[in-house]
Every structure is written in structure tokens, then in C-alpha cells.
Design a protein around this ligand. Structure first.
Ligand SMILES: *Cc1c(COP(=O)(O)O)cnc(C)c1O
Length: 834
């Protein structure tokens, strides 16, 4: 058991021989003194708590050491600001990263426990919706692994993304009260709190020298209080932190009310200000312009900027011109864009800088990552709401815009173009365009896959691109394989390591050596045994969650992600109806057995997405209960898609469904997790699918559907989905089925709105345009799945060529080309005895 990673352990304080003993000792202490239990009367959850706290000790030790070294070396620091961090569970990935998985396993065995069982006690930290939040979590882990002085900055929502329950095929939302289970990973930092102001008005103050400036007299002040979650890098002593801000009432109680004897009102007001960080908005790629959301965004950036400036002042005093050498703020989408006017406000109003100086500093310190080009997701705020909540920032934004537009006018830019570039949209009501503010105020702007960056330059912001072409860059997304392979698919990792050694553990590009074994029958055998184990494990989950028995030998055809029209889960659903009728009409059809697995949450207010969930359930109901279909086709919907469930799904998938309308999915990262775990992709030429295609080549991926150019051509020529419906009998049969046929879900006209959206509604995501192409490529998949040897060979090639999609590669590109920051490697301590 012990000994395999001896070299690794030596990096970490302790000789492996004494490592186990001291680990055990620490663990017992935690169990007894922190959890308050001893050997008897302990539950699995107590063991989990004690184990997590034991690990946390190591993390705190190292984090303090790391922070001290940054202070002494005066390093530049990266602040990765994001409204979402979809962290998931931490026990196992932290153990893997600090090289203590085996010690912990050994220590638990001595106590009669199994690590995998204990790990199940942990609840996901689900402070995000989907890809954007998960990306932030992957980046944090990579930044630590690459020894970059950095931290994540987010909000400590009391309620994370809702839990999805399915009742009668419908999604029901239940609150995710994740903090009601003790969170052993977080450290509350009562010493770090900052006032954050809202509302009020501006007052003109004239100084003795005659100069005048605006003073913001706020109407409400709340306190942002810091909590840290520590994130260890892999195979390094570097630990970074995710700093999460919680809103606390500014004054313990409002004494005015007290004096009037209104005790309850005083308590109520306290509650109200603490509401700001109560709940994560559950929308993915849709804007919901609510007052509370704007307050959340401002709280995050104001606290983060004040915190960064405090650190800077401690280390540099008031040499503000050095600020850009010491800090860089990366904005994960426009949600934290208020950081730009907030930086200006703090430099001018609090630290007394002049406008020009403050602007020159600010514009060197920010990078903006765009995540979508879909209009419904682009963030804008009406001037009225904005000015009411943040009057001073509205003034600052007007001034930024004035200077920007005047500069353009001097360069002879036409008023027509100026109108389109303005940060203020001249609509009724007028609106602030957050993306424009982010572009004007940032040093760099990036998209998240090559095609997406091209679309940003050519379609979304062509005028900005022609003015600021030097600002625009691509940074194709990546994922941390430490979580998505080493932790989630431990057995497969061991199978790989037996063939190619463990160099790939610290550099995913080295996994390319695996390609030599792709056609090696003995390797394929081991590979298949492991995949079968993973599929059996998932089949057990399906049995218990969906009450459907599935065959682990069937193809696991997997479509998991947020439910969205642009992601086209309903295209997959139409395919299932087609296949069902195909088997019914040809009862002896040689149909390659499939288990089609869906999972994903719909935004609670997204009517059509929720209806798609119901449609999938109705289809599953019919298909799974039809004796004639038998084991050839099963359809399941796993409820409550989240990181910990995803970790069970990816290692068991044969086919990865990435079928968004070309030009809509910015990058996708689920596609990368599938590839890394040995699934073949069926997908459109969209987002990072294109780059996966380029890595693996035509033979190792199933591409279908219209390209962006072809869709544009179609739009130009006039797209008439009703025409397809009327002229194509197959499309007609399938669509009629969801209107009137077997899949009616127990209620007439239940799915009418899906039908209408695909026909008279203009089929905005081109399902009908791509339907036949999708069916025929699925047929190809079915035939080729039967040739096990070649399927496996191609799946192994996919794994071997996944190196480019490591978040390490992505973060290294950010570090070099945007952040201009170098690694700071911590010295390895001398091995010491306890
Ligand atoms: C990776 C991941 C996503 C993003 O998936 P896409 O297929 O890229 O949309 C969403 N949710 C969870 C839980 C994930 O792990």
C-alpha cells in the first residue's frame, strides 16, 4: 500500500515512514477535540470532518508560508474575480494534490473505514451554474499547481445552485443549504472586513484651494466579511485561497429604531442587508436584471478591490504608479466589470489621485474574459436602477464614456459608429453596456475558444476590434485533469501509469505516449475492464436514482450539461422518437443497444428548458416500458447534475453529445472531460469541438451539422422550418408525435410550445436544419461501436491527444500573454522528524 509515491511524500514535510504515524495522531486529535468524538459513537460524517480538518492543518501551514514569501518577494498577484465558483467536493482532490491519498487511505483502514465511503459524506460546494463557474474552479487549481501568486475572489452564497428533484417528469427546485452541514474547508477571517456602500446621493465639496470634488453620501452600508477556502496545487507546496465575501449588517442594529422602541424593525433591517449574499442567481447564459444581483456584483468587486489595495499599501505605501506591477484583476465575464469604475473611485475619492493618473493605472490592471455572444446573455443595466444603487459609479462611467467617445471623434470616427460603441445604449430606458465598459477599461479581452474569439472580433465587437485590435486574444479553455481523471477515474489513471509511467501526472501533454498502446490488445483489455467497472458503477447509480435497469455492455450515450435550447437536448429527444419508431416499424432491426443518459438543470424561470426536461421523461417512459424495444434502447434522466455526479458520469461514457447550434457554445468544457476519459465525441463544428477535431482528426470524432457559414447562408436565403416540416415525412412524423402521439405526457397539447418553437416559431436553433445530418451520423456511430477493437483504439487516441485541453496550458497562456506574471516556487523544506 505505502511506498508507491514515496518520492512525492518527501516533498511534504515528513518521511513516509513516520508520515503515517503522525497523520494518524493528528487525525485522532481532530476527531476528539474538534469533532468531539472518540472511537466509539462515531458516524461516517464525524470521520469525514476529522479527516478534512487534518488535511486543512497542512493546507493552512503551507498557505501561511506561501503568503509570507509573496510578501517578502513583493510578487505580482492575480485576482481572479468571478461571481461563480463551481467547486464540488474537496476531500479527495485535496488529498491527491498534496500527495496524501495513500497515507489517508492507510490511516482510515487502521480505524476500519474506507476512504471512498467517507468521501461520500461531503456535500458539493456548488456556488455556480455550469461551465463558467466550473472553469473558475479549474483555473484556481491550475494557478496553484503552476505556483502563480494568485487568489480566487467570489461570493459566499448561503444557498448554492438549487437541488433538482424530478416529480412526475417535471423539475422541482429545492434549496441548497450547503452551510448547514459544517464546512471544514473554510476559515473565517474576522480580521478582514470592509464597508460597502449603496444608494444615497452625491454632494459637491469645494476644498480650500477652490477645487471641487464629488462626495458620495451613501444611503446604506453593509460590511463584506472574508472567508477563505484553501486550494492546494498538485506536487508543489503552493496553496492558494478562494476568498469568498459574505454581507453582514453595517451596524449591529439601527439605533434610531431602538430609540423609538422598534426592536423588531431593527432586527429586520439587519436581516435585509445580510440578504445580499443569501442566494446564487440560478441562470446560466441568461441575464436577469435584478437589483439584488447588481448589489451582489458590487459587493464582490468593492470588497476585492479594497482588500487588494490594503495589501498593496502595506507593501508599497502610496506609490500607486507601481500598482500595475503588483496586481492584475481577471474578470470572469462582465459580472465583475464594476471593478473598473470601483478602482477609479477608490483611487480618486479615497486615495486622492487625479483622473488621468487613475485611468492610466486602472487600464493596465484588468483583463476581461467574454463567455458568450448570445444577445440574451449580454449584461446591461438600466441607468435608473444603476444610478439609484450606485450614483457615484454612474458619474464615473459617464466620464469614462465621455473621454472615450471624444477620443474617437478626434480620430474622425463617424457618429453612427460612435453610437454603437458607446458604453451607454441610447434606448428607453437608457442602459449601461457592461461589455463595452469592460473592453474600454481592460488591457486585454479574450474569448474562450478560437472560433469564439473570431466571432467576438468579427461579429460581436467588430468596431472595438478595429480600434483596439491589440487588446483581443484567444485563450481556449481547459480543465484540471487532476480532478477529472486522477481523482474521478483513479483506476484508469493507474492503468495508464502502468504503461507510460507517471510523468503525465505533472504534465498532461505527456499522456500522448499512450497512443503507442492504442492498438495493443493487452492494454485494450485492461482499459476495457476498467471502463466496464466504471459503467457498472454508474449503472448502480442509475438503478437507485431512476429505477431503471441498464446494461453496462450497451453504449453509454451521454448528454449532460445545463438544459438550454442552444445546447439542443431536444434535438437528441427528436432522435430518440425517430429511433423508437424505426425499431417499432422494423421489429427485428439490428439496433446497437444504447443507454441514453441525460442530466442537467434548467433555470427555474426558463419555461421551454423545463418543458424539454418533461419531454425527455415522457419519451423515457414510453421507450423504457415497451417490451418490443427491450434492452435495445433505454433512456434515463439523472436528477441533480453537479460536479460530484459528473465525476461518476464522465469515466463511464462511450459517446459524448456536444450538439449545440454552430456559433452558440463559446467553448464547452464538458467536451474535454469526456475526451480525457475516453469517450468519442458526436458534435457540431462549435466552440472547442473544433479544436478537439483538429487534435484527433476526422477518423476519431463524429462531426455533423451545418457550419456557422452554412447557417448564415441559410439565414440569408431564408430559413423556413415549416417548409421542412411539411415536405419531409420523417420530420413530420417525429414532430407530430410530440403533438398528438404516444409521447403526449398524459396531457393534450403539453408539448405544443416545443412544436411551435420548431415550426412557426422559426426554429431559432436550427434543429430541423441539422436533424437528418444528426440521424445519419448516429447511424454511423452505431455501426462503428460494434467494432470494439477500433472503437477502443480511437477512444484511447482521444485520451492520448487531450493534452492541449489541460487548464495548465490555458493558465500558462494567461500568465504569459495577459497577466505578465512568473511562478514563485516554494522551497522544499528539509525532512524533519516529529
Ligand atoms: C463541466 C461542467 C459543466 C459544463 O459543461 P458543458 O458541457 O461545457 O456545458 C457544467 N456543469 C458541471 C457540473 C460540469 O462539471
Amino acid at each position: 500500500m505505502l511506498g508507491k509515491h514515496e518520492k512525492l511524500w518527501k516533498l511534504y514535510d515528513l518521511d513516509p515512514k513516520i508520515g503515517l504515524r503522525s497523520f494518524r495522531l493528528n487525525f485522532i486529535r481532530r476527531l476528539e477535540y474538534d469533532v468531539g468524538k472518540y472511537k466509539r459513537n462515531t458516524k461516517n460524517s464525524d470521520i469525514y470532518q476529522a479527516l478534512a480538518l487534518t488535511i486543512r492543518d497542512t493546507l493552512i501551514n503551507r498557505w501561511n508560508e506561501v503568503q509570507e514569501s509573496y510578501r517578502l518577494k513583493k510578487t505580482k498577484r492575480i485576482y481572479y474575480i468571478s461571481m461563480e465558483f463551481l467547486v464540488g467536493t474537496l476531500l479527495e482532490s485535496n488529498l491527491v494534490n498534496i500527495g496524501m491519498r495513500e497515507i489517508a487511505t492507510g490511516a482510515l483502514i487502521d480505524f476500519g473505514y474506507d476512504l471512498e465511503m467517507i468521501a461520500k459524506e461531503e456535500h458539493d460546494a456548488a456556488l455556480g451554474n455550469g461551465g463558467l463557474g466550473r472553469l473558475a474552479a479549474c483555473f484556481l487549481e491550475s494557478m496553484a499547481t503552476l505556483d502563480l501568486p494568485s487568489q480566487g475572489c467570489g461570493i459566499r452564497y448561503e444557498y448554492g445552485i438549487f437541488h433538482q428533484q424530478i416529480q412526475d417528469g417535471y423539475q422541482k427546485e429545492a434549496p441548497d443549504n450547503w452551510l448547514s452541514h459544517e464546512n471544514p474547508w473554510e476559515i473565517s477571517r474576522l480580521d478582514l472586513s470592509y464597508p460597502v456602500h449603496f444608494y444615497g446621493h452625491l454632494k459637491d465639496k469645494v476644498s480650500l484651494d477652490g477645487s471641487s470634488k464629488w462626495i458620495w453620501v451613501p444611503g446604506e452600508t453593509v460590511i463584506a466579511q472574508a472567508y477563505d477556502m484553501l486550494v492546494p496545487g498538485f506536487n508543489t507546496r503552493t496553496v492558494t485561497n478562494l476568498r469568498l465575501w459574505k454581507a453582514k449588517s453595517g451596524e449591529e442594529f439601527n439605533f434610531d429604531y431602538f430609540n423609538h422602541g422598534d426592536y423588531l424593525r431593527a432586527v429586520e433591517d439587519k436581516e435585509k442587508s445580510e440578504n445580499i449574499t443569501k442566494v446564487l442567481y440560478p441562470n446560466d447564459n441568461i441575464l436577469q436584471g435584478k437589483e439584488l444581483r447588481l448589489k451582489q456584483e458590487y459587493l464582490l468587486v468593492s470588497a476585492t478591490l479594497q482588500d487588494a489595495m490594503r495589501t498593496f499599501l502595506e507593501e508599497e505605501g502610496t506609490c500607486w504608479e507601481r500598482f500595475p506591477e503588483r496586481v492584475f484583476f481577471q474578470l470572469n465575464d462582465t459580472h465583475p466589470t464594476l471593478a473598473i469604475p470601483e478602482c477609479m473611485r477608490l483611487l480618486i475619492d479615497r486615495h486622492g489621485l487625479q483622473w488621468e493618473e487613475a485611468w492610466s493605472i486602472t487600464t493596465q490592471c484588468f483583463g476581461y474574459t467574454n463567455h458568450t455572444i448570445m444577445p440574451e446573455a449580454l449584461e446591461t443595466w438600466s441607468i435608473d436602477l444603476f444610478g439609484w444603487i450606485l450614483p457615484r459609479h454612474l458619474e464615473i462611467i459617464y466620464a469614462i464614456n465621455y473621454n472615450f467617445l471624444e477620443g474617437l471623434r478626434k480620430r474622425g470616427v463617424s457618429e453612427d459608429v460612435i453610437k454603437r460603441l458607446s458604453i451607454v445604449e441610447e434606448s428607453t430606458p437608457k442602459k449601461i453596456r457592461m461589455a463595452h465598459l469592460a473592453i474600454v477599461g481592460s488591457k486585454k479581452v479574450n474569448g474562450v475558444a478560437r472560433i469564439h474569439t473570431e466571432l467576438i472580433k468579427k461579429k460581436l465587437f467588430p468596431e472595438f476590434h478595429s480600434i483596439f485590435s491589440h487588446k483581443f486574444e484567444n485563450k481556449t479553455n481547459g480543465i484540471t485533469y487532476r480532478r477529472w481523471l486522477l481523482t474521478a477515474n483513479q483506476r484508469m489513471s493507474e492503468v495508464i501509469t502502468r504503461r507510460i509511467g507517471n510523468k503525465w501526472y505533472s504534465d498532461l501533454s505527456k499522456i500522448s505516449k499512450l497512443e503507442e498502446f492504442s492498438a495493443d490488445p493487452s492494454f485494450q483489455r485492461e482499459w476495457m475492464i476498467t471502463r466496464k467497472e466504471n459503467k457498472v458503477r454508474l449503472a448502480t447509480v442509475i438503478q437507485s436514482k431512476c429505477d431503471v435497469t441498464v446494461d453496462p455492455n450497451s453504449m453509454f450515450d451521454v448528454h449532460v450539461k445545463r438544459i438550454h435550447e442552444y445546447k439542443r437536448q431536444h434535438l437528441n429527444a427528436l432522435r430518440l422518437i425517430h429511433d423508437y419508431y424505426n425499431i417499432k416499424e422494423n421489429p427485428s432491426l439490428d439496433y446497437t443497444p444504447r443507454t441514453v443518459i441525460f442530466a442537467g438543470k434548467a433555470a427555474p424561470g426558463y419555461y421551454l428548458a423545463k418543458l424539454i426536461i418533461k419531454l425527455i421523461h415522457s419519451i423515457a417512459d414510453v421507450i423504457n416500458n415497451d417490451k418490443q424495444i427491450g434492452d435495445r434502447l433505454k433512456v434515463v434522466f439523472l436528477p441533480d447534475y453537479r460536479v460530484s455526479l459528473a465525476e461518476l458520469i464522465f469515466p463511464a461514457a462511450d459517446l459524448s453529445e456536444q450538439i449545440s447550434t454552430a456559433g452558440t457554445e463559446a467553448s464547452g468544457t464538458g467536451n474535454m472531460k469526456f475526451m480525457l476519459n475516453g469517450a468519442l465525441t458526436i458534435g457540431t463544428m462549435d466552440g472547442a469541438n473544433i479544436e478537439i477535431y483538429e487534435e484527433v482528426g476526422d477518423h476519431n470524432i463524429f462531426i455533423f451539422g451545418k457550419t456557422i457559414e452554412e447557417l448564415e447562408e441559410l439565414k440569408r436565403a431564408g430559413y423556413f422550418p415549416t417548409g421542412i416540416y411539411e415536405s419531409n415525412p420523417m420530420v413530420r412524423t417525429v414532430l407530430d408525435e410530440i403533438m398528438t402521439g404516444k409521447f403526449y405526457g398524459g396531457k393534450k397539447d403539453l408539448f405544443k410550445d416545443i412544436f411551435l418553437s420548431l415550426t412557426k416559431g422559426g426554429d431559432p436553433y436550427f434543429l430541423l436544419a441539422d436533424f437528418e445530418s444528426y440521424l445519419s451520423i448516429q447511424e454511423k456511430v452505431a455501426i462503428e461501436f460494434k467494432d470494439k477493437f477500433n472503437w477502443n483504439r480511437r477512444a484511447i487516441i482521444n485520451m492520448a491527444r487531450s493534452g492541449r485541453f489541460s487548464a495548465d496550458r490555458t493558465v500558462q497562456e494567461y500568465a504569459k500573454e495577459i497577466w505578465e506574471i512568473s511562478p514563485v516556487r516554494q522551497k522544499e523544506p528539509r525532512i524533519k522528524a516529529v
